[in-house]
Design a protein around this ligand. Structure first.
Ligand SMILES: Cc1cc2nc3c(=O)[nH]c(=O)nc-3n(C[C@H](O)[C@H](O)[C@H](O)COP(=O)(O)OP(=O)(O)OC[C@H]3O[C@@H](n4cnc5c(N)ncnc54)[C@H](O)[C@@H]3O)c2cc1C
Length: 428
């Protein structure tokens, strides 16, 4: 069976690329460096997107069947062999350049993979996104050639695991108030402080970390660093015990004078907030596909059950109260899916100068996340007593879905940034 990598690396090469070499060497090539898409990216046609969905579904059916998803949740342990399998299948570098082993595809493809993996297991989907979007895509967007050469191939092949650490115990929604400091020393920086709630933190080899290089300068004094976690002074002191997303390992990280060489500064000194904010919009978009997968999963468990389960001498699905719930679940999924993929398609449509609107990316995840929690609650209700049993997936889906109203910015903060985007437009 051909892997996604085999299908898409070949087809990408045979598709026309954007910009000739001459164009890339012209002055306008500077935009190439700041683009949000990989080198040679061509907006995928529907056939490509259908193909990537089918291939990811096949992968998930084979590698993440329900017993694997249930065990991941019950044991609160990520199935570590999956990293290499996802790497071999080509899933870990969807938005990365082919030069580093990526597939040079865009955000529609990344959302599709995220949705299908989350449909199989919410927590595997979340860890996938922390690796492939928060770490790999952030390195693609902000890394220099040397950094990409050093870090991306191993992350994309699944040899190494990635994450991103900005939150601290006292700096969540107000992340810019972070306390971690980076003091300049000969040849680099010494990082000290802690990070909290870091997805993949207990397992990661490469983490993008934000720290204050100019503590009195507020948001203008933050810098992003690439950390190799084998370095002296770094430790993951605690794996956190969570309500849901169990198996997506979340950690508390401690940095005790961790030396980071100057060549591992990501972007410019004191310009970390730019790296952070630019990444956040795309992060919200790709993460919005997580709740889509969970809504699909809620329908996957509910629809067969309500047609098989008989009460009062007939399938419970013939009851109009339940038909109403099923219709709501389906409609919420379709509306959320339409929102997410229309934003992703717009960003993929203009790779030279993509229009990334904060209100659209924040809106997509705000809407999908809240709908996913509602759908998962409806799934439990439709299944009655069985819905409440841990032997069926409905409860796990509900616990996983709730995270998307909190992680990567809460629903309240998403509403706030959407409101502020309007203020910016109208209060000039
Ligand atoms: C499972 C999990 C994985 C995570 N993974 C990562 C990761 O990989 N990397 C990382 O850096 N972080 C990660 N986080 C952290 C996450 O981004 C934060 O938890 C989130 O931003 C919320 O911050 P907080 O928990 O400090 O909540 P708080 O900021 O304390 O908020 C508490 C409540 O107050 C509300 N609130 C706060 N300020 C306002 C305001 N101005 N207006 C209205 N309401 C407000 C919030 O909406 C929320 O309801 C993860 C969190 C979880 C739970």
């Amino acid at each position: 069976m051909a892997t996604i990598r085999a299908v898409f690396r070949t087809s990408a090469r045979s598709r026309p690329t954007i910009g000739t070499l001459a164009q890339r060497n012209s002055p306008s090539c500077c935009r190439w460096m700041s683009r949000k898409h990989p080198k040679g990216f061509v907006k995928p046609v529907q056939e490509d997107l259908d193909e990537i969905r089918e291939r990811t579904r096949e992968f998930a059916r084979r590698e993440i069947p329900e017993n694997v998803a249930r065990k991941t949740d019950q044991d609160n342990e990520f199935p570590m062999d999956l990293w290499q399998k996802m790497g071999e299948a080509g899933l870990l570098g969807i938005t990365a350049d082919e030069d580093y082993g990526g597939l040079a595809m865009g955000y529609q493809a990344h959302c599709i993979v995220m949705e299908e993996l989350s449909r199989a297991s919410g927590s595997i989907g979340l860890s996938y996104a922390a690796h492939s979007q928060l770490c790999v895509n952030q390195l693609m967007l902000n890394g220099n050639d040397d950094q990409k050469q050093r870090f991306l191939p191993d992350l994309i092949s699944g040899q190494k695991i990635g994450g991103l650490a900005m939150s601290e115990h006292s700096a969540g929604s107000d992340v810019v108030s972070m306390k971690m400091q980076a003091k300049e020393v000969d040849g680099g920086y010494l990082l000290s402080g802690q990070k909290f709630w870091i997805t993949n933190g207990p397992d990661a080899h490469t983490i993008i970390v934000y720290a204050k290089t100019e503590p009195t300068a507020g948001s203008k004094g933050i810098t992003a660093f690439i950390i190799d976690t084998s370095v002296k002074g770094f430790s993951c002191t605690r794996k956190l015990d969570k309500l849901g997303m169990r198996g997506s390992n979340t950690g508390e990280l401690v940095f005790d004078d961790v030396f980071v060489p100057r060549e591992n500064v990501l972007g410019e000194i004191n310009k970390g907030v730019r790296v952070l904010m630019e990444g956040l919009d795309l992060e919200r978009l790709v993460l919005s596909a997580g709740p889509l997968g969970l809504m699909q999963a809620a329908l996957d468990v509910t629809l067969p059950y309500v047609h098989e389960r008989h009460q009062f001498g007939q399938p419970i699905a013939l009851n109009q109260f339940l038909q109403g719930k099923l219709a709501d679940m389906y409609t919420k999924y379709k509306a959320s899916s339409g929102f997410t993929y229309s934003v992703a398609a717009e960003i993929d449509s203009n790779p030279e100068n993509p229009l990334i609107k904060t209100q659209e990316c924040a809106g997509a995840i705000l809407y999908a996340a809240e709908r996913a929690t509602e759908c998962s609650m409806d799934a439990i209700q439709c299944m009655g007593g069985m819905g409440y049993m841990n032997e069926v997936a409905a409860g796990r889906i509900m616990r996983d879905a709730k995270l998307y109203e909190i992680g990567a910015g809460t629903s309240e903060i998403r509403r706030m940034v959407i409101g502020r985007a309007f203020n910016k437009e109208f209060l000039r």
